[in-house]
Design a protein around this ligand. Structure first.
Ligand SMILES: *Cc1c(COP(=O)(O)O)cnc(C)c1O
Length: 425
């Protein structure tokens, strides 16, 4: 028995599928203590968009620490916080017509930023109910969990999860059912039983929920629905943001203007904890310290986040490379589907947030297990964990994509040649 199995809580999860002990990492590769080298298509569940230990980010962080740069400061003004805000304003907000947004640094997890966003929406509107969507994932603290769909996570709450009305996500009932019309009808009917919502919280591409991607048309209609019923539109861009879809925000070029946006995961650029709530200026009605936290604003994360913005987002070259690698990945995934299951498999997602939906969770699980044997790390997502999810760093090379897709192709071939009953590895 390893020390982890002996001493670490049974709550541990990813390590059960990938039980090696890892020691160092570079770019899209993870190395074990035994010297084995893995391709990392898990990438911290989307926290490592710029790869492990990116040399530019590493250097500024090491220099900062060498010079006794401040590490912890509650929410005191620091030089590196000023630089981050200025850089984010200049490179991200202003060019996207969002120059008047305010920034709130919350505790450093995605869940904490979601809590803050939901609290703020309820405070500003004076309403308690919130709309969230089937298969949505927003974190595991009670408020964020209430908005989350996953029954396994919800089951851990220990208290009733309330003040949320669940609505069907885009295409939840297939292409023929317009879920916006349905919601509009329910929200317009004073006897539908749906309390007037403060906000709708939505992922533009559902990360944990199965790589379901909302269309620009659905997002625009959701925005009009929000306006019509006095609800705020909260986009949870924790996983789909920071370049994952080929643009900094997942909703860019959709012609929508969310009221509140939450970011975390890859925001620091280096895998350091950091979370941010962006809000329209007029919504910033917080009293000082009303949503508080000891680790609001992590100065090391400010340093690497600023360097990541300057390095990757000063012009459009990186975003273009993400879109082009996304096309390569989609092409390779489509080829796997054509070869191994044109009727049973399906490519899902958008940008570099792509995967293959299998008929069931056992198949997807076996494909991931087989890939791991061949040194490729990827996880499953979706209602029944039936989607094999490719979430490589965005800095992955074309050669690494090709190598990973060869491994994945072999895994599908091996798994689908076995009868279903023997698939769970
Ligand atoms: C990961 C994630 C969260 C929660 O972030 P934590 O840091 O794990 O609390 C919330 N929303 C989305 C879309 C996520 O992918």
């Amino acid at each position: 028995m390893t020390i982890f199995e002996a001493k670490e809580s049974t709550v541990r999860s990813y390590c059960r599928s990938f039980p090696d002990v890892f020691r160092d990492a570079r770019g899209a590769e993870l190395m074990t203590t035994d010297g084995a080298r893995y391709l990392d298509f898990l990438a911290g569940a989307g926290s490592l968009n710029y790869g492990h230990n990116h040399p530019v980010l590493k250097k500024v962080l090491v220099d900062y620490i060498q010079n006794d740069g401040i590490t912890h400061s509650l929410d005191l003004y620091t030089a590196v916080k000023a630089r981050f805000i200025d850089t984010f304003q200049r490179l991200i907000l202003a060019p996207r017509g969002m120059g008047s947004f305010r920034l709130q640094f919350t505790g450093p997890t995605g869940a904490n930023a979601v809590e803050a966003a939901l609290k703020l929406a309820r405070k500003v509107t004076g309403r308690t109910n919130v709309l969230s969507f089937t298969n949505g994932f927003h974190g595991c603290s009670i408020g964020a969990l209430s908005a989350t769909g996953n029954s396994h996570h919800r089951g851990g709450a220990g208290v009733p999860l309330s003040h949320v009305s669940r609505m069907p996500y885009a295409n939840y009932f297939g292409d023929q059912v317009n879920t916006i019309t349905m919601m509009d009808r329910m929200l317009s009917d004073p006897s539908s039983g749906i309390d007037r919502p403060a906000a709708a919280i939505v992922e533009v591409v559902q990360g944990e929920g199965g790589l379901n991607a909302a269309s620009p048309d659905w997002m625009r209609k959701l925005e009009s629905l929000c306006r019509r019923h006095g609800m705020l539109l909260i986009v949870d861009d924790i996983q789909a943001g920071c370049g994952r879809t080929g643009h900094f925000f997942s909703f860019e070029e959709m012609g929508i203007a969310p009221d509140i946006i939450v970011l975390s995961k890859s925001l620091s650029g280096f895998g350091l904890p950091m979370a941010l709530v962006l809000m329209k200026e007029e919504l910033d009605q917080w009293k000082p310290g009303e949503h508080n936290g000891t680790f609001r604003g992590n100065n090391h994360a400010f340093v690497t986040a600023t360097a990541a913005l300057e390095h990757f987002w000063s012009d459009d070259a990186f975003a273009r490379s993400v879109r082009s690698k996304g096309r390569l990945l989609a092409e390779r995934l489509n080829r796997i589907v054509l070869r191994h299951g044109p009727h049973s498999l399906r490519v899902k997602g958008r940008g570099m947030m792509l995967g293959i939906a299998c008929p069931d969770g056992e198949t997807a699980d076996a494909v991931c297990a087989r890939s791991y044997e061949n040194r490729l790390i990827l996880e499953t997502c979706g209602s029944n964990a039936e989607v094999v999810k490719c979430l490589s760093p965005l800095t992955v090379t074309r050669e690494q994509i090709d190598r990973a897709m060869d491994i994945l192709d072999d895994a599908f071939a091996a798994v689908l040649s076995k009868p279903l009953s023997s698939r769970s590895s």
